[in-house]
Design a protein around this ligand. Sequence first.
Ligand code: NDP
Ligand code: MG
Length: 384
Amino acid sequence: MENIVVLGSTGSIGRNTLDVISKIGGYRLIGLSFHKNSELALQQIEKFKPEFVCCSETVDIEPLKRVSPGTRFLKGREGLIELSSLKSADIFVNALVGTSGLMPTYTILNNSKKLALANKESLVIAGKLFNALSREKKAEIIPLDSEHSAIYQCLENRDIEDVYSLILTASGGPFLGREDFSGITVEDALKHPNWSMGTKITIDSATMMNKGFEIIEARWLFNIEARKISVLIHRESIVHSAVEFIDGSIMAQLAIHDMRIPIAYALTKPKRAALGMRLSLEEIGKLHFEKPDLDRFPTIRFAYEALEKENRNLGLVLTAADEVAVDAFLRRKIAFKDIFTILERSIRLFENELKEDIFEIEKETEYIKEQVGLLIEKEFSGGV
Ligand code: NDP
Ligand code: MG
């Protein structure tokens, strides 16, 4: 029996993780965190009776205590760090969204614990630091993101010297064939063709900033140069990513699009769990691949630029600016296409330097979020 802590248990990845834990057995959920969704958290606490629960400061914990009197409740940022420091945990799942995942990632790695990581923002903001920390502390980072899980499975401890390129596949989101991004509503942008995910990542998939983040994530997860990472549009989301080796062979991982497959693999690897999911290639018949259009989706270019100018840590700038811009779009304060403008303005505007200290990195992230918020208030108005 392994002890597991799930951060962000009420989110899309969090819910899928709890479902996997229930299905495969062998894991005891000793801690979970949520932000505000007390209704769902109550059901999870009642079912799993975790020893620790963390939530935001504003949540009324009395009803939660009643369903699990043995549980200790923690709150806010400090509580999340305490939960991320649990000595009795064997594995942590970081399924927090956005910059809230940064300090937990740092804490878990710093304590030499195994981390199943969904929160890609951690690696986009502080990939260099976390890559070094994970080696120094011998704390393994196992990817949950479907593309990175696919690559991880294809690599299976093979020598990175034998890799010619990593091929990240992308569905292209709901606007792949669309020429003009004017008039796109929040509802249009939330209709992802293949995946059901949290709202932030769904909008990031529509702008393809998500794929940009995944390029940076891959650079640090696999410690590979940016020029060896490519993006391929693959509408059907069946090939979750691939690795091209120097002898000309390509290995890929194929499965139906269900996040429980990469989640289960992160927990059970190198063994596999019987999830009862099947992919019928016969029914699929054909798979399609094409090059992405970087003029219509400059977000992919922004990511390569960030890796080229590593010393400026534009990954941090992109993550912070994107979080604020997506939130403004969801609140209908800006138009969809403004997200691209705000991202580009931000990477031209902020002349920051790569920092090695996590507290400085966090401070800088908060500063840029605040500045982008002011920029939006001053210069952008009018959603759809
Ligand atoms: P969701 O928005 O569905 O869930 C986010 C979770 O984090 C919820 O439990 C939420 O709590 C909690 N949370 C939100 N804000 C805060 C905060 N400020 N402090 C503490 N906790 C907070 O996100 P997803 O599950 O979609 O994504 C999680 C991460 O996984 C992201 O980094 C995403 O990019 C990545 N990812 C997601 C995939 C997917 O299929 N969804 C695929 C690959 C990667 P509450 O619900 O109580 O408000
Ligand atoms: Mg992904």
